[in-house]
Design a protein around this ligand. Structure first.
Ligand code: ZN
Length: 460
């Protein structure tokens, strides 16, 4: 039995693991690296394994850094299925089509540059047709807590990870020539006390753990403090006549922030709020998918939705799917909260809103999620005073807020609790920056701890 790590080099994220057991080869996640040119090169590089020899794929959740390279598997010879939960299948389809669309646009932009020789321009990593072909191969029959025989010698059980709608940790049971091993993949772990999602369910004890480490070196502030911070920042900005831009991830974070804004509005905390725009076709689609998968939600929210209440409804709210509707947002110079993607500002409609609102000291940008190194979001958070957006120099004069408590990721304490429960003899730390892994490793009780390099293979 072997486990290989193909998305674990402690700098760029993009999850991808491979298990080999009893002649079967199973890939767990196949994500896009995110953040900077290095990530782009990584995404374009050949896969380190032959997709034609893969028997099945397990997908933990629909974030692009976990599913974004799946269409490449099919382009390069994979013909099997992608096993995941029903909510993940729906969300991942939206994510992959969006990703293909962005890549086709990028390729066109590149081809139009002066000096680019026709026929030698960069091709899109994959096209809309490739993404659609991939989405047709989702097998959405994974049910939380129910074991599934994936292939001879490989059984998998999905457990609620509480990270985004449909997300899962995986408990994989392997058997080869009478020898048995169990492996728990954390996937991305969520945290307790989230307003919409059911909390994470810990898998049973396993021989081997593969643990994410996004916040391995940090504790989150209590969520209540973060909500207060959000209300203060929004109210103060509206009071001084500015707009609030919230770069937000389309899956989960956008819905949570809308839900908190709705609460704040009802409690009279957001005086002066006239308009809320959800300016992201992907976030709009995700919000619709939420309402269809009440099985993943907190019971109280599920009851509300079943009773016909829309938990995201706000006075003055507009979902701007069409580009023409999005442009109308430019008319509003105050009293407006704009939620737009991408969360790390490495593309998407948020760039237009940053270009317009960053130079205005009365405005605010509120970051409510993780920003990888090398992204525009990270540079703004790190305090640069000028940034380059859409070929234009933009001064950063708006108030910049970073509220970490909304994270969809478990913090150090929650990662340790997961690890204590799984109690593995061998732990692989993945999906985090070097500092986070180094901080977490000495706190893990018992067993051997490895921080695999890109492409490293281990016998288990
Ligand atoms: Zn994730």
């Amino acid at each position: 039995m072997k486990i290989e790590f193909h998305g674990a080099d402690r700098t760029v994220t993009g999850s991808c693991h491979l298990i080999e057991c009893a002649g079967q080869r199973v890939v767990i996640d196949c994500g896009l690296a995110q953040g900077g040119r290095e990530a782009d090169a990584r995404n374009r590089a050949n896969l380190a394994f032959d997709p034609a020899r893969i028997d099945a794929v397990l997908l933990t959740h629909a974030h692009a850094d976990h599913c974004g390279r799946l269409p490449l598997l099919y382009k390069r010879g994979f013909t099997g299925r992608i096993f995941c939960t029903a909510a993940t299948a729906e969300l991942a389809r939206v994510v992959l089509l969006d990703s293909a669309h962005l890549q086709e646009e990028d390729a066109l932009r590149h081809a139009a540059r002066p000096g680019v020789v026709p026929g030698r321009a960069a091709q899109a990593l994959y096209t809309l047709a490739d993404a659609q072909h991939c989405a047709n191969h989702f097998d959405p029959s994974a049910v939380y807590g129910t074991a599934h025989e994936l292939a001879p010698g490989i059984r998998v059980t999905f457990f609620e990870a509480g990270h985004i709608l449909g997300s899962a940790s995986l408990f994989v049971e392997l058997e080869e020539e009478g020898r048995r091993r169990t492996v728990a993949f954390s996937g991305d772990l969520g945290n307790l006390g989230r307003p919409l999602l059911a909390p994470p369910v810990l898998p049973p004890r396993a021989d081997v753990a593969v643990l994410e480490t996004t916040y391995g070196d940090r504790q989150h502030k209590p969520i209540d403090a973060s909500v207060e911070e959000l209300y203060h920042a929004v109210a103060a900005t509206l009071a001084r006549g500015g707009n609030v831009v919230i770069p937000t991830f389309a899956l989960e974070r956008a819905q949570e922030i809308l839900w908190y804004l709705r609460q704040g509005w009802h409690e009279g905390r957001l005086q002066g709020l006239e308009h809320v725009f959800l300016d992201s076709p992907m976030a709009i689609s995700a919000t619709e998918i939420f309402a269809r998968h009440v099985e993943c939600l907190q019971p109280a929210i599920a009851r509300q939705i079943r009773a016909g209440t829309d938990p995201f409804q706000l006075p003055g709210i507009a979902f701007t799917r069409a580009a023409a509707d999005s442009r109308t947002i430019n008319r509003f110079t105050c009293g407006t909260v704009i939620l737009a993607g991408a969360g790390m500002c490495n593309g998407g409609r948020v760039l237009y809103h940053l270009q317009r609102n960053l130079p205005r000291p009365e405005c605010a940008v509120i970051f409510v999620g993780f920003a990888a190194r090398g992204t525009l979001a990270r540079r703004i958070i790190d305090g640069v005073r000028r940034v380059r957006i859409l070929q234009e120099d933009v001064a950063v004069r708006a108030a910049i807020h970073t509220i970490n408590g909304f994270s969809a990721h478990a913090d150090q304490r929650e990662l340790l609790a997961w690890h204590r429960r799984v109690h593995p003899g061998l732990t692989f730390l993945v999906h985090g920056e070097e500092a986070a892994m180094q901080a977490l490793a000495p706190l893990l009780r018992g067993g051997r701890v490895e921080m695999p390099a890109q492409g490293q293979v281990f016998e288990i």
